[in-house]
Ligand binder design. Sequence first.
Ligand SMILES: [Zn+2]
Length: 85
Amino acid sequence: MHLKQSRRCVACRQSKLQNEMIRLTKINNQILIDEKNKLGGRGAYVCKNDDCIKLAIKKKLFNRAFKMNVDNSIYDQLGVYEQNN
Ligand SMILES: [Zn+2]
């Protein structure tokens, strides 16, 4: 158990409570949106607000966070969160 996991937003670089963020995780070299925060793996976060989500999609910031090419379908899924907020 890591008690001090980094939960820094890939867009605004601020650390927030986990319930204010969307978690993405890398499992078996695949990126998944970890909606229930229980998938494990190496995580990266974005705030649940339009500005951060928009920036993360526009600049594909998760590619940098995970050091790999994140599938466009993942960014499409993030776009759904943006519209829901
Ligand atoms: Zn943010």
